[in-house]
Design a protein around this ligand. Structure first.
Ligand SMILES: *Cc1c(COP(=O)(O)O)cnc(C)c1O
Length: 386
């Protein structure tokens, strides 16, 4: 008998290890890939259509449209709403770049609303003031696997007749008062980037919607606006999903519920271990589960004093423990958005969280022993007064 991976005290604890998961479903995934190779049907087609049906069920949406990435899902969703120059789209500055990048790529203007530091998501209290006559859509992000405050955001959106596009790239399987991420707005963007909770073997994404007309438009736009083939009434692009990616995702999807449960268990164990190690709020602030939200722990993000954050990461790295900062630079301070005129201090919660947060390993295959090593290393750091 060999020891389980990672339980030797000198083994590294990576932030993410995709190979353990692959080994556990190797035969199913290889059979799925072989099926596509034998069919020689590589783009869209029956595998993509089957995945679309399965993901529509998974997200409690009527329609799902497979696309080339989570980024392209956001882009094509906004294209479906005809968003372009002169338009504004309200979103959060504390997200992955693509959320605002896609707005800018369409010639529209990203307008930011600060986060609520408890849930790390768009604070509905700031939303009303960000809406102008030029606003065309609102993009709340379900960061780290927990949904934004959709009741309050939805009420404001509805009051202004504005569509919501959920950025659900990190939140497949997350729920808000029993409703799935992906079904909480007019459209939602999902990502199958390999490190996401449901990851492909390359890039992939999906737009979900319960509006049949939008679904139809998305299908046209993802393939150069063709309808029929080689006749374009609208300008689309190549945002198609590969059949191999769809087949891999279909092999993985039946395991997602168990992987999500494992992430949630890991989060619970971290809380327990941190309490046992007497790590109090002064040292480490743990992520909170907002009332009514089912968190799927794409990331388990703690907050520590900004002065000591990088030293703690360094200490963990020396012990072979992988961490990451999602994300170190809020979007309103990105150089490419300088022309928007935002300044440091405009969104204090986003800026502060960017300086204080650390993502710890939380992937499903992480062992209790590895988690204990992570917490012991953190406790050592604070005990040494570093
Ligand atoms: C990953 C991610 C995206 C982009 O997805 P890709 O598939 O990498 O293009 C967009 N928004 C958020 C919040 C993400 O985490």
């Amino acid at each position: 008998m060999t020891e389980p991976a990672g339980d030797n005290p000198s083994d590294p604890v990576p932030l993410l290890d995709l190979s353990i998961q692959f080994q556990s479903i190797r035969e199913e995934v290889l059979a799925a890939i072989l099926r596509v190779v034998e069919s020689q049907h590589f783009i869209l087609g029956p595998e993509v259509e089957a995945l679309e049906r399965e993901m529509a069920v998974e997200t409690q949406s009527a329609h799902a449209v497979g696309v080339s990435s989570g980024t392209d899902a956001l882009l094509v969703a906004m294209m479906a709403l005809d968003i372009g120059p002169g338009d504004e789209v309200v979103t959060t500055p504390f997200s992955f770049f693509a959320t605002a990048g896609c707005v800018a790529r369409l010639g529209a203007r990203p307008v930011f609303v600060d986060i609520d530091p408890v849930g790390f998501n768009m604070n509905p209290a700031g939303l009303e003031a960000a809406i102008t006559p030029r606003t065309r859509a609102i993009i709340p992000v379900h960061l780290y696997g927990q949904t934004a405050e959709m009741t309050a955001i939805g009420a404001i959106a509805e009051g202004h007749g504005l569509p919501i596009i959920e950025d659900a790239a990190q939140a497949i399987g997350a729920e808000y008062h029993g409703r799935r991420a992906g079904s909480l707005g007019a459209m939602a963007a999902l990502s199958f980037f390999p490190s996401k909770n449901l990851g492909a073997f390359g890039d992939g994404g999906m737009v979900t919607t319960s509006d049949a007309a939008l679904a139809d438009r998305l299908r046209i736009l993802r393939n150069h606006g063709f309808r029929p083939k080689y006749h374009s009434a609208v300008v689309g692009g190549n945002f198609r999903l590969d059949a191999i990616q769809a087949a891999v995702l279909r092999a993985k999807l039946p395991h997602l519920a168990a992987w999500t449960a494992a992430r949630q268990r890991n989060a619970t164990l971290y809380r327990q271990l941190m309490a046992e190690a007497k790590l109090d709020e002064q040292s480490v602030r743990l992520p909170r589960e907002v009332d009514g939200c089912r968190h799927v722990y794409h990331q388990f993000v703690i907050r520590v004093d900004a002065q000591r954050r990088d030293a703690l990461r360094e200490h963990l790295a020396q012990q072979g423990i992988g961490t990451e900062v999602y994300y170190p630079q809020p979007l309103h301070l990105q150089e490419c958005f300088a022309h928007l005129g935002y300044r440091r201090g405009d969104f204090p919660h986003s800026e502060r969280t960017a300086a204080e947060s650390i993502a710890l390993p939380v992937y499903p295959e992480l062992t209790p022993d590895q988690q204990a090593r992570v917490v012991t290393a953190i406790a050592e750091f604070f005990r040494a007064g570093r």
